[in-house]
Design a protein. Structure first.
Length: 468
């Protein structure tokens, strides 16, 4: 009796498992229709709308009940020409065919088999091509670019020159044909270490040229911008605007303008509260200058104006000079400084040696020293006055030269000869064109001159006199 009960119980379990398994594996419909609803009515009425809308659980459009996709999110991609529906992290795509009577008709355009390799990827449409970038799957984040093949109805990998991995901080400029990634977050549970699981940051900024499929380095994330995204992950994202992305960071809204490389912070507390209450980023999109947020319970749209006047420009950019370039430039500046200083030191040493050699030449000539007694006396007189920023008058010069009682003509000739001799010797010693003794007319009587030694030559003549 117990044996029969065991057989019946086993058969019952197998039957229950089979029914459950078959129910979970029901295929998605190839076609389905959705009755008119305010959500789709509004979106399809905006012919110029180009946006991505993540759908809330209550507002899902694709019927997934009874399938393995029951718990997957859904997202809508609207362009000027088409409307597509995605089942998140699967690659499954539906396209709006037409609106017949009071129904929207969708049909599936893919035959995707592989799923869960692109969790939280960025699906986007550019130049009428559907792309999928990045995502998490099979224990790691990837930086792959995938393109939907309309002919084979499958996703193809698009080879690029590098793999740049983003954790959600990325944005597509459809006007430029560029995908911006301000920094990388490398997650790879297949590599030992806590950083491999939590995510290792690389703060180099890139953009992917969608025409050439090549990653181009922009620089490195600015230090202040780095602090903003210190705890950033994919849950920080909010929604795309014309030139970048709005992110919520610690209950503050920041606008990252990737095209102009600028960061703005919201200064409108009411706008911040509006964003915070919709931080899930569901059923919300931007059209022209207004944010449209759909309430699935009330089946109405709530709108909010979005203006640049609500934001203030921060003093730092998103990315700046590449760290590698910075170190290279710093090394180059140091090298130039070292070379210039070495040249100056060498020239100074050569100048001193030349000065000493010239002085020795003068001393070895018929005169016993560089400057004779009256020359030294005149230089000393002028030196003492010039160090006090004073000029020396003619009568003081005549007194030192011993010609105060001579006639004016002779005084003038002697002064001129001695001063010229001193200047020639000084220029010969220093190998320069600068005279030692200069003259200037008196302020109160322009008929007479005063004499002085320029400040630039004071140190040189003192050094020469010490060696004289």
């Amino acid at each position: 009796m117990n044996y029969i009960k065991s057989i019946i119980f086993t058969i019952f379990l197998l039957l229950a498992f089979s029914i459950s398994n078959n129910a979970a594996m029901l295929d998605l419909p190839e076609h389905f229709k959705v009755p008119n609803n305010p959500f789709l009515d509004k979106i399809t009425s905006f012919k110029e709308l180009d946006a991505k809308v993540f759908l809330s659980k209550e507002n899902k459009i694709i019927p997934t009940e009874g399938t393995i996709f029951k718990f997957n999110g859904q997202e809508l991609l609207k362009t000027k020409d088409d409307l597509y529906l995605f089942i998140s992290q699967t690659g499954v795509i539906y396209q709006l065919e037409e609106k017949v009577d009071s129904f929207y008709s969708f049909h599936r355009i893919d035959v995707t088999i592989n799923i869960n390799y692109n969790i939280e990827c960025n699906n986007f449409i550019w130049n009428k091509h559907i792309y999928s970038y990045g995502g998490y799957g099979f224990w790691k984040l990837n930086g792959h670019l995938r393109a939907f093949n309309f002919l084979d109805k499958e996703w193809d990998i698009v080879p690029t020159n590098n793999e740049i991995v983003s954790n959600g901080y990325n944005w597509v400029s459809k006007k430029e044909g560029k995908l911006y990634v301000p920094f990388q977050a490398i997650v790879n549970a297949g590599i030992a270490g806590p950083e491999s699981i939590s995510g290792r940051r690389i703060y180099d900024s890139y953009y992917l040229d969608l025409v050439t499929k090549k990653w181009v380095k922009l620089g490195s994330l600015n230090a202040s911008a780095k602090k903003l995204v210190a705890d950033a992950n994919i849950t920080n994202s909010f929604f795309a605007v014309d030139s970048g992305y709005i992110y919520l960071v610690q209950d503050e809204a920041y606008y990252f303008n990737f095209i102009d490389n600028k960061i703005y912070k919201s200064k409108n507390s009411e706008l911040n509260q509006f964003f915070i209450r919709r931080s899930s980023s569901k059923d919300i999109f931007l059209y022209k200058d207004s944010i449209y947020s759909y309430s699935s319970q009330q089946q109405i749209y709530i709108t909010k104006k979005l203006s640049v006047d609500y934001f203030e420009l921060l003093s730092y950019p998103i990315w700046g000079l590449d760290n590698n370039y910075f170190y290279a430039i710093a090394f180059l500046v140091f090298l130039i400084f070292t070379v210039v200083f070495s040249v100056w030191l060498f020239n100074r040493s050569v100048y001193k040696k030349l000065e000493q050699s010239q002085l020795k030449i003068l001393k070895s000539k018929s005169i016993n020293q560089a400057f004779v007694g009256t020359e030294v006396a005149l230089i000393s007189l002028l030196l003492a006055a010039s160090k006090k920023d004073n000029n020396t008058e003619i009568h003081e010069v005549n007194h030192v030269l011993g010609i105060k009682d001579k006639n004016v003509g002779l005084q003038k000739k002697v002064r001129s000869d001695i001063i010229n001799a001193i200047n020639e010797k000084f220029q010969f010693i220093t190998q320069s064109e600068s005279p030692l003794i200069c003259s200037v007319r008196k302020e109160d009587d322009k008929r007479f001159y005063e004499y002085f030694i320029p400040a630039s030559e004071l140190e040189s003549i003192e050094r020469i006199l010490d060696k004289n």
